[in-house]
Design a protein around this ligand. Structure first.
Ligand code: NAP
Length: 516
């Protein structure tokens, strides 16, 4: 192909590139093409991971036929060798043979790893460049995010049509490094940048806004080709990645672990429903300095704070509300117009609101199980509403301390059989999926009209099942979860939260977890 024809071809290619590239895997051509046929219904940019095929060369006629049939699609051919983190066990020459055949079969781009590209001779380039396929030179760092400019400088002399630099995020700050790099290269219009790993989700969602030409996604959950990769539909429907623009406000849940948090699905649904230009992400970190840097640099407009940062963040905030101060923990940060960080505790509302819809808390006699963070929110919230609170905890000293601070009482386990309460609140983690101990009380100790279990995963805890079988009214932890999230939404947006939609997606996700 002549240089002019190549340039025209490249210009055309750039105009038709989608923003989400779906990686397609399969060990046989049949499996790969079946997945591609499914993906191409919703996506126009597909990467065929030829290194996943047992015999990539033998698959070429069927791939060619597929490309011919789906002219709406732009296709990238990748045949990453094992040495570069792929599945292909051939040599550089074998990889180049596969990619050369892919270019001849009609693939629009071929992905050549930098380490491979640096060893190629003029004749190898001629074979690849002899077809209309554009060359994407990629670099993968499976350990860190560093030296992005140096890597770019190594790629440039090889005259790539597209550049792809993929690193691994070891901190939230690594996403900032990647986004600053993308911003600096935005005008080139041909650079793709992503951080892999659980901490790299920020770059996957915000990378396009920073200037990445496109981003990568898996076809479905379970078909990921890189750590931290997100399914295309989740990127599009939950995070609405292709709509994130300069005006999009960024929020997130910070702590460790947050990978399986339901907050992103709940909050992104709420933002979408109320047409708020905002996106909500998982911000996985246990380091407060890392979180504060991200808040400042992105900037992040609001954070749901979870373990282990709820207490520690307090001293880094410019202001906190009275309840957070009493409880000694904050679960919500609002970033004001002038960059000040203000802390609130919406766990209290999450506990008190569902109760007020059912009982009169004034003078209600409450048994509170636990003395950790959630129990502290319950104790202060219930006392503020005029309830009489009796605390029981595995470690009696913490129960006594909380009782003193919240002006509540303590109670011994042996006193429960003969006691009567209006309400029992479980604020221990007993009953949570994965916990060895599943029931905090015996049936004969459940002497109350109403039982509220703050544990929300699973939604139907053993304690709630026992209470229901005894004919008692119950409140699930999912209700607290939605109420505390709704309060956060209101603090961040000033709008009433779409509680019903939030409840619908959270309970649906929790039920799917049980079925899954
Ligand atoms: P935390 O600060 O770690 O406190 C855990 C509490 O559980 C402590 O009182 C602890 O007693 C007790 N505990 C743990 N294992 C126990 C066992 N085997 N037997 C008896 N007691 C045990 O945790 P947290 O933040 O308060 O959270 C507690 C629960 O509330 C978690 O399941 C969490 O998911 C849930 N929560 C739900 C929501 C919601 O939105 N629904 C919000 C926040 C929390 P010791 O003091 O003796 O260790």
């Amino acid at each position: 192909m002549t240089d002019t024809a190549q340039n025209v071809n490249l210009q055309y290619l750039r105009t038709r590139l989608g923003r989400i590239c779906v990686a397609i895997i399969g060990s046989t051509p049949h499996e790969m093409l079946e997945r591609a046929a499914e993906a191409v219904r919703e996506n126009t940019l597909l990467e065929f991971r030829l290194d996943y095929l047992a015999k990539p060369l033998a698959a070429m006629p069927r791939l060619k036929e597929f490309l011919h049939l789906h002219r709406e699609m732009t296709a990238i051919a990748t045949c990453r060798r094992e040495a570069n983190g792929g599945k292909f066990d051939g040599k550089v020459a074998d990889e180049m043979e596969v990619l050369g055949k892919a270019a001849a079969a009609g693939f629009h781009l071929v992905d050549i790893e930098l380490q491979t590209a640096e060893t190629l001779k003029q004749a190898d380039w001629k074979k690849i460049r002899g077809h209309s396929a554009a060359v994407l030179i990629s670099y993968h760092d499976f350990k860190t995010t560093k030296d992005l400019d140096k890597i770019y400088a190594r790629i440039q002399p090889l005259h790539p049509d597209f550049v792809k630099i993929v690193s691994t995020a070891r901190s939230l700050a690594d996403n900032v490094t990647m986004m600053r790099f993308l911003e600096a290269k935005r005008d080139e219009g041909n650079v793709v940048g992503i951080c892999m790993g659980d901490q790299g989700i920020i770059s996957r969602v915000l990378g396009l806004r920073a200037g990445s030409r496109f981003t990568f996604a898996s076809a479905t959950t379970g078909e990921e080709t890189a750590p931290g990769q997100i399914a295309a539909r989740t990127l599009r429907e939950t995070y609405r990645t292709d709509q994130v623009d300069a005006g999009t406000r960024v929020y997130g849940v910070a702590g460790d672990p947050v990978r399986h948090s339901l907050s992103p699905i709940m909050m992104n649904t709420a933002f979408h429903r109320e047409t708020v230009n905002a996106v909500y992400l998982t911000l996985q970190t246990e380091k407060i300095a890392d979180l504060l840097l991200l808040i400042r640099e992105v900037p992040v407009h609001g954070v749901s704070v979870t373990m282990p940062l709820k207490q520690e963040i307090m001293k880094h905030l410019d202001r906190t509300d009275v309840l957070s101060q009493k409880i000694g923990a904050c679960n919500t940060v609002v970033r004001s117009q002038d960059g000040k960080l203000i802390g609130y505790n919406t766990d209290v509302a999450g506990i008190v609101r569902p109760l007020e819809q059912r009982i009169d808390l004034r003078k209600a006699k409450v048994l509170l199980l636990g003395a950790g963070g959630a129990a502290r929110a319950a104790a202060f919230g219930l006392k503020q509403k005029g309830a009489e609170v009796f605390i029981l905890n595995r470690t009696p000293q913490t129960a006594q301390k909380l009782a003193r601070e919240a002006e509540a009482k303590t109670i011994r386990r042996d006193q429960l059989v003969k006691a009567n309460f209006d309400l029992i609140v479980n604020a221990t983690s007993v009953g949570m999926t994965g916990m060895k101990q599943q029931t905090i009380l015996e049936e004969k100790e459940l002497n109350a009209k109403l039982v509220f279990d703050l544990v929300y995963s699973p939604m139907e805890t053993p304690l709630l099942k026992m209470a229901r079988s005894k004919g008692l009214a119950v409140i699930t932890g999912a209700e607290m979860f939605v109420h505390q999230g709704a309060e956060q939404f209101q603090l961040w947006t000033g709008k009433p939260a779409p509680r019903e939609d939030m409840w619908r997606v959270v309970t649906h996700a929790l039920r799917s977890r049980v079925e899954g």
